[in-house]
Design a binder for this molecule. Structure first.
Ligand SMILES: *[C@@H]1O[C@H](CO)[C@@H](O)[C@H](O)[C@H]1NC(C)=O
Ligand SMILES: *[C@@H]1O[C@H](CO)[C@@H](O)[C@H](O)[C@H]1NC(C)=O
Ligand SMILES: *[C@@H]1O[C@H](CO)[C@@H](O)[C@H](O)[C@H]1NC(C)=O
Ligand SMILES: *[C@@H]1O[C@H](CO)[C@@H](O)[C@H](O)[C@H]1NC(C)=O
Ligand SMILES: *[C@@H]1O[C@H](CO)[C@@H](O)[C@H](O)[C@H]1NC(C)=O
Ligand SMILES: *[C@@H]1O[C@H](CO)[C@@H](O)[C@H](O)[C@H]1NC(C)=O
Length: 624
């Protein structure tokens, strides 16, 4: 639909039908209108339309519905999706809004709306239009919003919009326009919003947008533009947003954007841009958002971004950037988000991020970084999230993250780390979340996690840890989530877990635990969620108080006397040990929850093998 649909149909617009009877008309209609007004706009919600085919009232075409917009007296005529092949007769002259979308008109004849001089809104989206007669819009002096999206228009005659000088928004997206004639939009000095997206435009004449002095938003996305000539955007002094994404642009030349002093958002993503001329963005004093992602940039020049003092967001993801030069971003003092993920960066030099004192989010994931020089992140005084996942770092130098005192989340998934060396995370005194999933980590050396006093979540899932050294978690007194699933742990030790007084979520599923003696979990006074799935446990004695959820499936349970307490818990508190359970933590990134069985299948003794512990008769435990 239109980005700024005006007069969108209200939630409770009048459903009353004007064309229902020839008895209504003149004074009778007036009385009825008054009583409708008294009922309020929702009073007649759902009123049955009269049977079509009766004599037509002059006030509303029989196939349409007429009513007043919510809380206003303006008449709207709704003829959407009626399978009409020609315009209905008798549209009331006083109409302010006319909905004709979703019909099958193929073309609009000349002067079709001649008598609707009060019309402010006309929706012809998805109406099968292959053409508009040059004088189709004759008489619509007051039209502000015209929707022509999703038709099959291939071209528009030069004077089409001469008749609609009051247009504020014009939607032409999703048509087949192959060209825009020079002067097509001339005279539309009040136009704010022009959407030409998703057409087949390959070239635009120099003066395509001449005269659009008031334009705020121009969408050209989804066309075939390969080239932008320097004069194209001249005169668009009020433009705030320019969308050139999903075209075939091969480069960004100098001087194209130079006359756009108020531009705030520039989208150049999903093109074929391999080069950005030095100073290409000079003059964009108000620019806050620049998206160059999904292009073919191989590198950035030191003078690519000079002068963009207002820039807040810079997206360079999914390019082929092989390296960063020092000081490339030096002028971007107010940048808050810098995305460099999915490039080919091999190395982070010192000073790479100099000047980015306000940066909050930095993504470098899925590059080819092998080495981080000490001090590479210096200057990032405010950075809160750094994503380095999917690089093969092999080792983190000591002090790699020095200076990142504000960092909250550090993503180091899939980073070939192998070992965590002492003091690897020194300086990250504010870190809340550390993601080390899928690194092949065989060992966390002594003091490897030192200095992370604020850490709330530690994800060591899918590594190769075979045991947890006694000192491992020392200093992590605030940790709440500890994820150790998918390692090779055969045992947990009370010593290692002792500092974790606040942990309430512990996931040790998919390990090799053979036993979990009662005292091992004793230090975890806050433990609420315990995942033991897919281990080699034969017995488990729950220290019940407080536990809210227990995952037990995939273990070779030995349903003898030691499991009696577990059985009692499962039967008495089925919400703690449900037979069918949510597999992932609550609220996990909007994904629909997945559920899994939580069977406690006995592998022995023989008399009960194959049964679920909960279904073993009480008598089986009588001798205990
Ligand atoms: C329009 O036509 C289609 C099929 O031709 C039919 O299914 C649909 O009900 C019609 N809609 C109206 C509003 O008559
Ligand atoms: C539109 O109308 C023409 C006849 O005027 C018909 O051939 C065509 O199938 C119709 N298209 C749709 C989508 O209903
Ligand atoms: C406009 O109004 C004139 C005079 O009432 C009428 O003759 C003409 O048919 C109307 N045009 C349309 C397109 O309804
Ligand atoms: C970090 O990168 C990983 C791997 O590409 C991705 O799954 C994750 O969503 C990213 N997180 C953020 C916050 O960018
Ligand atoms: C347990 O985990 C191993 C390795 O992760 C896997 O091969 C196996 O299928 C899992 N068993 C169950 C019951 O999930
Ligand atoms: C778990 O138990 C249910 C019956 O309650 C059964 O249908 C399902 O196959 C069992 N799942 C496994 C993995 O044993």
């Amino acid at each position: 639909g239109g980005r700024r649909a005006w007069g969108a149909r209200g939630r409770c617009r009048l459903q009353a039908h004007f064309g229902c009877s020839d008895v209504l008309g003149g004074p009778a209609l007036a009385v009825l209108l008054v009583s409708w007004a008294a009922l309020g706009p929702c009073g007649l919600e759902g009123a049955e339309p009269g049977a079509p085919g009766k004599a037509e009232s002059p006030q509303c075409p029989a196939v349409c519905t007429c009513g007043h917009e919510d809380y206003s007296d303006e008449l709207s005529v709704f003829c959407s999706s009626r399978n009409l092949t020609r315009l209905p007769d008798g549209i009331p002259d006083g109409a302010r809004a006319l909905w004709l979308d979703g019909n099958n008109f193929s073309s609009i004849p000349a002067a079709a709306f001649q008598n609707l001089s009060g019309l402010g809104f006309l929706n012809l989206q998805g109406s099968g239009l292959a053409s508009l007669e040059p004088r189709a819009l004759l008489g619509l002096h007051n039209l502000h919003h015209l929707h022509l999206e999703r038709n099959q228009l291939r071209g528009l005659a030069a004077h089409t919009f001469l008749h609609t000088p009051g247009l504020a928004s014009l939607g032409l997206s999703n048509n087949l326009l192959g060209r825009v004639d020079e002067g097509l939009f001339r005279g539309l000095s009040g136009l704010w919003d022009l959407n030409l997206g998703w057409n087949s435009l390959a070239v635009l004449p120099d003066a395509a947008f001449q005269g659009l002095a008031g334009l705020r938003e121009l969408v050209l996305a989804g066309n075939k533009l390969a080239y932008l000539q320097p004069a194209l955007f001249c005169g668009l002094g009020e433009l705030r947003e320019l969308d050139l994404s999903r075209n075939a642009l091969r480069s960004v030349k100098a001087n194209v954007f130079v006359k756009l002093p108020k531009l705030q958002k520039l989208y150049l993503d999903h093109n074929l841009v391999a080069a950005v001329a030095p100073g290409a963005f000079l003059g964009l004093r108000a620019l806050r958002w620049l998206d160059l992602s999904h292009n073919r940039l191989g590198g950035l020049l030191e003078d690519t971004f000079p002068g963009l003092l207002g820039l807040h967001v810079l997206r360079l993801s999914h390019n082929a950037i092989a390296g960063l030069r020092p000081r490339t971003f030096r002028d971007l003092h107010f940048l808050e988000e810098l995305r460099l993920d999915h490039n080919r960066i091999r190395q982070l030099p010192g000073q790479a991020f100099e000047g980015l004192g306000q940066l909050e989010v930095l993504t470098l994931n899925d590059n080819q970084i092998q080495e981080i020089e000490a001090g590479a992140f210096l200057g990032l005084l405010s950075v809160a999230v750094v994503n380095l996942s999917g690089n093969c770092l092999r080792a983190l130098p000591e002090q790699a993250f020095r200076g990142l005192g504000q960092l909250h989340s550090l993503h180091l998934e899939r980073s070939c780390l192998g070992r965590i060396r002492p003091h690897a995370f020194a300086g990250l005194s504010g870190l809340r979340r550390l993601f080390l999933r899928d690194n092949g980590i065989v060992a966390v050396e002594d003091q490897g996690l030192q200095g992370l006093a604020e850490l709330l979540e530690l994800d060591l899932t899918a590594n190769r840890l075979a045991h947890l050294p006694g000192q491992l978690f020392q200093g992590l007194g605030k940790l709440e989530y500890l994820l150790l699933a998918g390692n090779r742990l055969a045992a947990l030790s009370a010593d290692a877990l002792r500092p974790l007084r606040r942990v309430f979520w512990l996931d040790v599923s998919h390990n090799r635990l053979e036993a979990l003696p009662e005292d091992v979990l004793a230090p975890l006074g806050q433990l609420r969620y315990l995942n033991l799935r897919n281990n080699s446990l034969r017995t488990f004695v729950p220290r019940a108080p407080g536990l809210e959820r227990l995952w037990l499936e995939g273990n070779p349970w030995d349903c003898g006397c030691p499991l009696r307490a577990l059985r009692a818990l499962a039967l008495q508190q089925p919400d703690v040990v449900p037979r069918f359970v949510r597999a992932a933590p609550d609220g996990d990134d909007g994904q629909p929850p997945t559920y899994a069985y939580n069977n406690i299948t006995c592998t022995g003794p023989a008399a009960v093998a194959g049964l679920d512990l909960r279904d073993v008769a009480e008598a089986h435990f009588a001798h205990c």
